[in-house]
Design a protein around this ligand. Structure first.
Ligand code: 5GP
Length: 207
């Protein structure tokens, strides 16, 4: 992939690590960061709306999108398929937006393979006990499902070493500060700064 004016970030974490709340808080604070609506073959839950949380599609349509090479990445997660639209991401980062994807580790590593400048961020819980009690407090899952999620979490967390940054979500405000710091540091890289502050670079005879 060529060099784009916007940055691409991927945040992955086991369920219960607090990924969605952190990403939501970052987006509320930083209007330059946008997300992308993924496609999934799972059914909508509760208040979820087609086109807002996900594009909910059937297996046949998902197969078609794979054939058309429409996905930047796709993966099986918890028994369903999920995929990120290549065109949506390219359009947004071409327009200079920073895009932050909340996807699983398999998708994150696929993107790194085709787009090495992606910034991979892994969110860890502070302990097993805390992860378990957060899943229980959430009250969304039956005990058997929580056990399964904990087993999946062990596999997912084993991938954290392949990520560029690791944030430990012990105290929410601290973890949010860390996430903002990663996004900010990426924007200070020479290539980003020279695009964002082109007039200064030009005046200094830099390119
Ligand atoms: P949920 O069904 O609970 O919304 O999401 C389940 C998991 O799928 C989460 O870990 C989420 O990060 C992951 N996921 C959501 N969208 C995508 C996607 O487009 N690609 C991949 N690889 N994973 C995704």
């Amino acid at each position: 992939m060529k060099n784009y004016p916007g940055n691409l970030f991927v945040v992955a974490a086991p369920s219960g690590a607090g990924k969605s709340s952190l990403v939501k808080a970052l987006m509320e604070l930083d209007s330059q960061v946008t997300h992308s609506v993924s496609h999934t073959t799972r059914q909508p839950r509760g208040q979820e709306v087609h086109g807002r949380e996900y594009f909910f599609i059937n297996d046949r349509d998902f197969d078609e999108l794979i054939q058309e090479n429409a996905f930047l990445e796709w993966a099986h997660v918890h028994g369903h398929r999920y995929g990120t639209s290549k065109k949506t991401i390219e359009d947004k980062i071409t327009d200079g937006h920073d895009v932050l994807l909340e996807i699983d580790f398999q998708g994150a590593l696929q993107i790194k393979a085709v787009f090495p400048s992606v910034v991979l961020i892994f969110i860890l819980p502070p302990s097993w006990e805390e992860l378990k009690s957060r899943l229980e407090r959430r009250g969304e899952d039956a005990p058997g499902v929580i056990q399964l999620r904990l087993e999946n979490a062990a596999q997912e967390m084993a991938q954290a070493s392949q990520f560029d940054f690791v944030i430990i979500n012990e105290v929410f405000e601290r973890a949010l500060f860390d996430l903002k710091a990663v996004v900010h540091a990426q924007r200070l890289k020479y290539a980003s700064q020279s695009r964002a502050r082109a007039e200064i670079f030009h005046a200094l005879n830099l390119n």
